[in-house]
Design a protein around this ligand. Structure first.
Ligand SMILES: [Zn+2]
Length: 121
């Protein structure tokens, strides 16, 4: 089987309200890069599911970068969808990923309802 290389692995919520923003952001910020994309309710909330997808992406495409995107007013979080909770879960996901794949660069982003992307530090 031919090896196909991608540079990044991107995870975001499946919520239809944000897809246009995601597409625009990916088109500008990732325009020179190839990436695998996972759209899953709550993004990294179901971390086991996301890790299984990341494992495949890493094995098949040897990705170097991971972009994790959570968003405001996420239905998968319901009343717990606060910026603090999203930041906590994003960092938790980053820790788990780096423990397994220390060579990866992990970027954390929070997408607002108005389409603004905020870096989570
Ligand atoms: Zn969501």
């Amino acid at each position: 089987m031919t090896k196909h290389i991608a540079q990044a692995f991107v995870v975001a919520c499946m919520d239809f309200r944000f897809q246009k923003y995601l597409h625009e952001w990916l088109a500008t910020q990732m325009q020179d890069k190839t990436y695998d994309f996972v759209g899953y309710a709550g993004s990294t909330k179901s971390l086991d599911v996301i890790m299984s997808q990341l494992d495949i992406s890493k094995r098949l495409h040897e990705i170097k970068e991971v972009v994790l995107i959570h968003h405001e007013d996420c239905g998968a979080y319901g009343a717990e969808s606060t910026p603090e909770r999203h930041a906590t879960d994003l960092h938790k996901a980053k820790d788990v990923i780096l423990e397994k794949y220390p060579d990866l660069q992990v970027h954390l982003l929070y997408l607002h309802l108005d389409g603004t992307f905020e870096q989570v530090v």
